[in-house]
Design a protein. Structure first.
Length: 124
C-alpha cells in the first residue's frame, strides 16, 4: 500500500514540478536580457522540453500504476526507466542549474531525486 501511495505522490510532485517549470518560461527568457532571436528560441525550447519531460514522467507513472498495477513486470520496467531518467536529470541539474543563484534551480535536483527515491520501493 505504501508503494502505491509513494508512486501517486511522486507522480503528482514531478508533474506539478514540470508545470511549474513551464509557467515562468517567458520571464526566464526575458531575464537573459538582449540575446539573439536564435538563442531566445533555443532557451524557450529547452525550458519547455524539460517541463514536458517532467510532466510526461509523472503522467506515465500515474497511468502505469492506475492501469497495470504497481507490481507488474511492465510497471517495474517503466519505474526503472523513470528512475534512471530522474537521476540523470538530477545529475545534470546539480552541475548546471543548481550552481546558479536562482532558488528553484538550486532545489530542482533534490525534487527529482526525491521522486526517484519514491520509485525505489516499487523497483527493488
Amino acid at each position: 500500500m505504501l508503494n502505491i501511495v509513494l508512486l501517486y505522490v511522486g507522480s503528482a510532485v514531478i508533474t506539478l514540478w514540470g508545470i511549474a517549470h513551464l509557467v515562468p518560461t517567458m520571464s526566464i527568457v526575458r531575464g537573459f536580457g538582449v540575446i539573439s532571436v536564435d538563442n531566445r528560441f533555443i532557451v524557450i525550447m529547452e525550458w519547455i522540453v524539460e517541463g514536458l519531460v517532467l510532466i510526461f514522467i509523472g503522467v506515465l507513472i500515474f497511468f502505469m500504476t492506475l492501469i497495470a498495477g504497481h507490481s507488474t513486470l511492465g510497471a517495474r520496467i517503466v519505474y526503472w526507466l523513470c528512475f534512471g531518467m530522474l537521476v540523470t536529470l538530477s545529475i545534470l541539474s546539480f552541475f548546471t542549474g543548481a550552481r546558479t543563484s536562482v532558488i528553484p534551480m538550486k532545489i530542482c535536483p533534490f525534487v527529482k531525486l526525491l521522486v526517484a527515491a519514491f520509485l525505489v520501493p516499487s523497483i527493488v
